[in-house]
Design a protein around this ligand. Structure first.
Ligand code: HEM
Length: 429
């Protein structure tokens, strides 16, 4: 095996890097529209291209030969659905992250069967359509209260701070039984983990330091919750985890902590950024907003799919090949890294008519915003849809002239995020 790896590494080192570079920090500081010009060329000419290692990695590896960039919708679906050829257990991040951060944060996202399936099954019960529909009323109330919090004010707020970041944390915290006093810390911890490549968020710290701060904060909260649930079991998700057995053994505190970090990060920032990007997109396409408002209940289902396709907040995820295989005309060797660019798949003209246009009636809409299918398909997809549906019900019906200014974007290669978004509206009476 050591010899195989050496052969693979030297072959990879011999490969010429693609002239369309998607690894530079500069590239990830462009707008998504600017980046898509490069992705469009790649989709057309080199749908699977060999790329140099990502620049300014959090934890650079001098032996890292690079990775395959997969940019077409069809190839993303192929990789996502073949979890035997393309595994997650060697890491799912495009950037190289410190081992401690990976261990503290990724849980079953970065595992393969059978352990992935067992852990995922443990929590799937909380995400069945039936449980989510019970949550509907709860999410609706939470959305109303979040909008109540600013709707009568001066009519000028930072949408991210006052609205988009509030609701997903509240929904997550209620599911996990996180007390009110710790919610701000959940949000800060999750945001720190996601902001590792953003100079402003770093504020002089190294990316690894920032991520560790986030992981430590969230593990601290998880430990408190574990201790409470051991003493006083309830019927919430956290009690289920504390008392569950996998292969006859209880989960360790570290495993529960990693699970909590995964859920906090996967379940909050993603929906927050989708909401902010959608407010901006609807402001730029008032005809679409009017179309939706004309019959909200009948139209919101196709609209939410388009919100997610258009925003594509999770831009990349990685796999590692386990055997020689061919994709997009390229031969991939075992051990080579394969990065899926969901944001590019969601702009592929082979899958979507006029993909650069927001079309809330788009149907079918086979977007890969929640992944391309397969065993790692987003566990929280229904909850995310419900949260967006209820939030936009409040926003569009109560503040119909809500209008967004220019977003201040997060400069990372993983999350398409918004740090600040000024909005104006006529206050409610
Ligand atoms: C708009 C919001 C969201 C987007 C765009 C999104 C996107 C994604 C994507 C692309 C993946 C696939 C990862 C892969 O292929 O390796 C994923 C996985 C996951 N998501 Fe989401 N997500 C969202 C909301 C949520 C929410 C609300 C939760 C939970 C509360 C959640 C929990 C998870 C978990 C646990 C996984 C890992 C699944 C596994 O590995 O089996 N997500 N998500």
């Amino acid at each position: 095996m050591a010899n195989d790896t050496a052969v693979t590494t030297s072959m990879a080192n011999l490969r010429a890097h693609c002239s369309q570079d998607v690894s530079s920090t500069r590239f990830w500081r462009l707008t998504s529209e600017q980046r898509d010009e490069t992705f469009a060329r790649l989709r057309e000419r080199e749908p699977v291209s060999w790329q140099r290692p990502v620049e300014d990695a959090v934890s650079p590896d001098p032996d890292d030969p690079g990775y395959w960039a997969v940019v077409r919708h069809t190839d993303i679906v192929t990789v996502s659905r073949d979890h035997r050829t393309f595994v997650s257990g060697h890491g799912v991040q495009f950037d190289l992250l410190p081992t401690e951060v990976l261990e503290m944060s990724q849980s079953f996202l970065a595992m393969d069967p059978p352990r992935h399936d067992r852990l995922r099954r443990l929590v799937s019960a909380a995400f069945t359509p039936k449980r989510i529909s019970v949550l509907d009323d709860h999410v609706r109330t939470a959305a109303r209260e979040v909008v109540d919090g600013f709707a009568r004010e001066t009519g000028e707020i930072d949408f991210v701070e006052r609205c988009a970041a509030q609701l997903p944390v509240r929904v997550f915290a209620d599911m996990f039984g996180v007390p009110y006093s710790l919610r701000g810390s959940v949000r800060e911890g999750a945001a720190a983990i996601m902001a590792w490549a953003d100079p402003e968020s770093l504020a002089g710290r190294s990316p690894a330091e920032l991520q560790m701060t986030g992981c430590t904060t969230l593990h601290g909260i998880a430990s408190e919750l574990v201790a409470w649930r051991r003493k006083t079991p309830t019927d919430d998700l956290f009690s289920g985890l504390v008392h569950a057995r996998i292969d006859g053994q209880q989960l360790t505190d570290a495993e529960i902590g990693a699970f909590f970090v995964l859920m906090a990060v996967a379940g909050t920032d993603t929906t927050t950024h989708t909401a902010s990007l959608t407010v901006k997109a609807l402001g730029d396409a008032p005809d679409q907003r009017d179309w939706l408002l004309t019959d909200y209940d009948a139209r919101i289902h196709t609209a939410v799919e388009e919100f997610i396709r258009f925003a594509s907040p999770v831009m990349t995820f990685r796999r590692t090949a386990t055997r020689e295989t061919t994709l997009g005309g390229q031969t991939i060797q075992p051990g080579e890294k394969v990065v899926m660019f969901y944001s590019s798949g969601n702009r592929d003209t082979a899958a979507f008519h006029e993909p650069a246009r927001l079309d809330l009636s788009r149907n079918p809409n086979p977007h890969v915003g929640f992944g391309g299918g397969g065993i790692h398909y987003c566990l929280g997809n229904q909850l995310a849809r419900t949260t967006l549906r209820e939030l936009f019900r409040q926003l569009l019906t109560r503040l119909p002239d809500l209008s967004a200014g220019e977003p201040d974007l997060l400069g990372t290669n993983f999350m398409r995020g918004v740090k600040r978004l000024p909005v104006t509206f006529t206050p409610e009476r």
